[in-house]
Design a protein around this ligand. Structure first.
Ligand code: 4AD
Ligand code: MG
Length: 433
């Protein structure tokens, strides 16, 4: 079977080829006296292959040795068969065994922890295969969205000398004879970049020492950020809404099959792709929570997950919430002119319990106010001198936001743990494999 031309299962099914040459791994197998049924898997799909003892006794003998995840090349005739898992079956006329797999450590009904321990093997599952394909679309869509809207890709350092999203979640790294931190955000450097490039974006690894165990936090995740000169809060929230709708549309266009494997409600995604997303103020969110849901959230408190979930489910589409209390916001989020107790910032909350997927703001232009807030966070404002200089040489209003890539993957795939939205998750309790 050396010089044969191989196709993927999907290509073979698309073309309706009669004689097929496939290669892949044994996904399932069932043996009887007369037939061996193997379900072959490759990157594209699965397909049932049947070996008949009567027709091919030698191949039948070889196939008897096959174990789950053994790697093989298979040739045969493809025909429609309604009893087969994907509606087609290959009647095997030739088989080459590449490797007989040792007993596979993952069998049906495993605990989640065992699956995480075996993540290097579990990546092969249909579920992870589908999620990773959706993730691929989302990442591609983000690049496409920004590139086709006049944004330049701009890279910031991952080693950073100071915090930007709170000292409590910094990862400290030995840096020659000094220490340095892993990036919590691209933002501060992006604020320098816009004075050259105007509108910029990036997608990169982001690190936060999140000390609580939740199903929505990773310690290493990917954030897709944008920053734009001249933009103000209303404009930047519009960009965020357009970006999210574009991502949903792209997933619907490219990942029907994966969404079906994941049993995602496609009608609902179609609604998210077209719907208008409302913008409300934090104070309006409290009004809804307190008057409609008896939740008694006092002004000044950050919204907790259950409160975010209520707000998004109230509207049944992603909701932008603006003007959070300035006291609980990072030093770079500026006070509103109308009410200095409110910050010109926003979060976008996804429905179905997925909550915050985007966070952003206008950027403060007030050096003294930022110095005071940095100091009250226990930091030395001198470390931010370069950042303040951006306000001294042609300061302009500017805004930006960050999208949590895994949060969006999780939401669009309808999965319940963020650890399944990234190939090798890192959390407080998980750093291997
Ligand atoms: O809201 P955050 O903290 O915003 C920033 O870091 C800004 N500097 C971004 C900007 O304006 N350029 O984070 C942005 C998004 C969140 O809305 C969330 O979706 C995601 O990043 N995120 C996380 N995702 C997974 N695990 C974590 N530990 C996350 N922390 C934030
Ligand atoms: Mg946030």
């Amino acid at each position: 079977m050396r010089n044969l031309k191989y196709t993927t299962i999907d290509e073979a099914l698309q073309k309706g080829t009669v004689k097929v040459n496939l290669r892949g791994w044994i996904y399932r197998e069932r043996k009887s006296n007369k037939f061996i049924f193997i379900v072959l898997r490759d990157e594209s799909d699965i397909i049932q292959c049947v070996v008949s003892k009567a027709k091919n006794p030698e191949i039948f003998e070889m196939a008897e040795k096959l174990t789950i995840e053994s790697s093989v090349k298979v040739s045969g005739e493809l025909k429609k068969d309604d009893r087969a898992p994907t509606g087609y079956e290959v009647s095997v006329s030739d088989l080459e065994i590449i490797q007989i797999a040792e007993p596979f450590p993952i069998t049906e009904h495993q605990s989640p922890e065992l699956l995480y321990d075996n993540r290097h093997l579990w990546l092969r599952s249909r579920k992870l295969n589908a999620i990773l394909k959706v993730r691929h679309t989302i990442v591609g869509a983000i690049h496409e969205f920004f590139r086709s809207n006049g944004f330049y890709e701009f890279d910031a350092p991952i080693f950073q000398p100071s915090q930007s999203e709170g000292g409590a979640t910094l990862f400290e790294v030995k840096y020659f004879n000094d220490i340095i931190y892993l990036s919590q955000t691209w933002q501060l450097y992006a604020e320098a970049g816009i004075f050259s490039l105007g509108k910029i974006y990036n997608m990169g690894p982001t690190f936060r020492a999140e000390k609580s165990k939740t199903s929505r936090h990773l310690s290493e995740f990917w954030m897709a950020e944008m920053e734009a000169a001249w933009m103000q809060l209303d404009e930047v929230t519009d960009v965020a809404k357009d970006e999210i709708r574009f991502i949903v549309k792209q997933v619907l266009q490219h990942n029907r099959k994966e969404l079906e494997i994941l049993e995602r409600d496609i009608k609902l995604l179609e609604h998210y792709a077209e719907a208008e997303y409302p913008t409300i103020k934090y104070s309006e969110a409290l009004e809804i929570l307190n008057s409609k849901y008896n939740m008694n959230v006092p002004w000044g408190k950050d919204l907790r997950t259950i409160e975010e979930a209520k707000i998004a489910d109230h509207f049944k589409v992603p909701v932008v919430v603006t003007h959070y209390p300035i006291e609980i916001m990072g030093f770079y989020k500026p006070p509103s002119n109308d009410n200095p107790k409110e910050a010109l910032c926003f979060d976008m909350l996804a429905p179905e319990g997925y909550c915050e997927i985007v966070g952003g703001s206008e950027r403060s232009l007030l050096i003294d106010d930022m110095m005071r807030r940095i100091e009250s966070d226990g930091e030395n404002p001198e470390n931010y001198e370069w950042y303040f200089e951006l306000r001294r040489y042609g300061s302009v209003p500017h805004s930006g936001y960050g999208v949590g890539v895994e949060r969006v993957v999780m939401w669009l795939c309808g999965i319940d743990n963020i650890k399944d939205a990234i190939p090798f998750p890192r959390t407080l309790t998980r750093k291997t494999p």
